[in-house]
Design a protein around this ligand. Structure first.
Ligand code: G6Q
Length: 543
């Protein structure tokens, strides 16, 4: 953005034109506003008409994206160029959902044959587990599958598996991620070793949380069934297949992927095996195909008709020109309850950066705080702040037009609430309207005067609405890919590397130093007084 001062200057000037303009007036003066400010892709509709934008805003934002050469960078990503410069890696999660004959070339090698080979193995393996053909050491089929992973090796498959529960017809899936012993304890408590399969999902196969949980699960299994049973009950999903062999997982149970797949972008790879086991490989392919259809749209639609571009540009408009620091994602879809958590990693780990790609300190804001909870529950919890708080928080609403349950009594009300919240944020309730309502209710003038300011809703609060026919595997793939590309576009405009995450390293290093201090084998002398005091407090209760 530092190279785009003219564009920013125009956007800032344009903001002052819009400052006093109410969205409700924009709707009143333009009967076509919904059509002009919404886009469709397959069965999905992206309505961005309830934003503080006019066609001039869109022109200026599209100009910004053009000047930032986002399209060229996008093409570089799809072609396999090294765009993750700090890790010297290509970024090719898009190849994982491609069904093209030939793919991008990395290190002189077309990536598609390797992808196809792993897909084929996932198909065969998941099919055999689901059919009860591959059994545990005692001859029983697997009833429960536990994915052991964290971060990118957990959030994606965990959330996607939950989202697709109407399609589950395989073993029961569980996700073990936290190194807090309560997680592994409570999970193993309900499981039967002969019928349990563990997937150790770790790109690096060195992550402490995952290795600690995997070791505990391994002991639990070996204690019950003997050391020889481990090979039949453990599967590895990793890029570090050498490390896997040390764990005792046989070669035919090791599924690989590549360093050009970022952890938070990896659910399209073998990290998606839990999804396959739950819904079957054919439906997993639909999931990939949904994402691939968004890839095609992202690569080919002009900026103004391109949904990820528009999601990103509206986000930039609010983050950088209006200084809105937070963004809420509210799915009116209970099965997307973990989507905000997934998007938090995708967005905040990718775009929570303070230097540009050359390492220079940025003078503009980057990724917002992303958060959210499903509607309607969030209406009874956090919406007060959205409607009347002092911060303005743009919202993405998500809603399926059809449910899986055939419970119209529920679904009609759910949709009504979703649309009503977006409308309420936009129209608000003026002082005159509040006063009139209260007068009509027969309230005394004195009480009205007291209550009016509390009931005024400023309105003019922006939201996007994403509606889709049904939350099926294809649609879920589309939704995830839309957000991935939104994050990409924003990262390019901000001039940052969205594909590294160096900020998470320091805490890991310090934990390694502190652990022996908690165990009394090294001295905490070198630490600050607070950390020393906390170590002391822990040791008093544990040693
Ligand atoms: C994601 C991050 C991070 C990663 C976890 C797990 O993009 O890199 O969340 O996925 O730290 O790493 P492993 O898969 O290597 O265990």
């Amino acid at each position: 953005m530092r190279n785009l001062p003219e564009h920013i200057k125009h956007l800032v000037a344009h903001r002052t034109e819009l400052e006093t303009l109410a969205m409700r007036d924009l709707f009143a003066s333009d009967p076509d506003r919904f059509d002009s400010f919404s886009l469709r892709l397959d069965t999905l509709l992206f309505d961005f008409s309830k934003n503080r934008v006019t066609s001039k805003t869109i022109d200026l934002l599209a100009g910004l994206a053009q000047a930032a050469a986002v399209e060229a960078r996008r093409d570089e990503m799809f072609s396999g160029a090294i765009i993750n410069e700090t890790e010297r890696r290509a970024v090719l999660h898009t190849a994982l959902r491609s069904f093209a004959e030939a793919g991008p070339v990395v290190d002189g090698r077309d990536v598609m044959p390797d992808i196809d080979a792993e897909r084929h193995r996932m198909d065969t393996f998941s099919g055999r587990i689901r059919a009860g053909d591959l059994k545990g050491a005692t001859g029983k089929p697997f009833r429960d599958v536990v994915n052991i992973g964290v971060g990118g090796s957990d959030l994606g498959p965990a959330f996607a598996t939950a989202a697709l529960s109407p399609y589950h017809d395989g073993p029961r899936l569980h996700f073990l991620s936290n190194m807090d012993g309560s997680h592994v304890h409570d999970m193993l408590d309900g499981l039967d070793p002969p019928e349990t399969l563990f997937l150790v999902a770790s790109k690096s196969f060195t992550t402490d949380e995952t290795m600690t949980n995997a070791a505990t699960a391994r002991s639990w299994l070996a204690d019950a069934l003997g050391e020889d049973a481990v090979g039949s009950h453990f599967v590895a999903l990793s890029t570090n297949l050498e490390a896997v062999s040390g764990f005792g997982i046989p070669e035919d149970r090791r599924f690989g992927f590549w360093d050009w797949v970022g952890g938070r972008y990896s659910l399209w790879s073998v990290i998606g095996l839990p999804i396959c086991l739950a819904i079957g490989y054919h439906r997993f392919q639909d999931f990939l195909a949904g994402a691939a259809s968004v890839d095609k749209h992202f690569q080919s639609a002009p900026i103004r008709e391109n949904i990820p571009f528009m999601m990103a540009l509206i986000g930039i408009w609010y983050r950088n020109i209006w200084s809105f620091a937070s963004h809420a994602v509210i799915p009116y879809d209970q099965r997307l309850a973990r989507f905000p958590a997934y998007l938090q990693q995708l967005d905040m780990e990718s775009n929570g950066k303070r230097v540009d790609r050359t390492g220079s300190l940025l003078s503009h804001a980057t990724g917002p705080v992303v958060w959210g909870e499903p509607g309607t529950n969030s209406q009874h919890a956090v919406f007060q702040l959205l409607h009347q708080g002092t911060d303005i928080i743009p919202v993405d609403f998500l809603l399926a037009l059809r449910d899986h349950e055939s419970l119209p009594e529920h679904h009609d009300k759910l949709a009504a609430n979703c649309f009503a919240q977006a409308e309420a944020l936009m129209v608000g309730r003026s002082e005159a309207e509040v006063r009139r309502d209260l007068q009509e209710s027969g309230m005394a003038d004195e009480d009205i005067a007291h209550l009016v300011p509390h009931k005024v809703m400023p309105g003019n609060r922006p939201s996007n609405m994403i509606i889709y026919e049904r939350l099926d595997p294809r649609t879920l793939g589309m939704l995830i890919a839309l957000y991935e590309h939104k994050v990409f576009v924003q990262g390019v405009i901000w001039g940052i590397n969205s594909f590294d995450q160096w900020g998470v390293e320091l805490g890991k290093k310090l934990a390694k130093e502190i652990l022996p201090m908690l165990r009394g084998t090294t001295s905490p002398e070198s630490r600050d007084a607070s950390t020393r005091g906390l170590i002391q407090a822990f040791m008093e209760k544990n040693r």
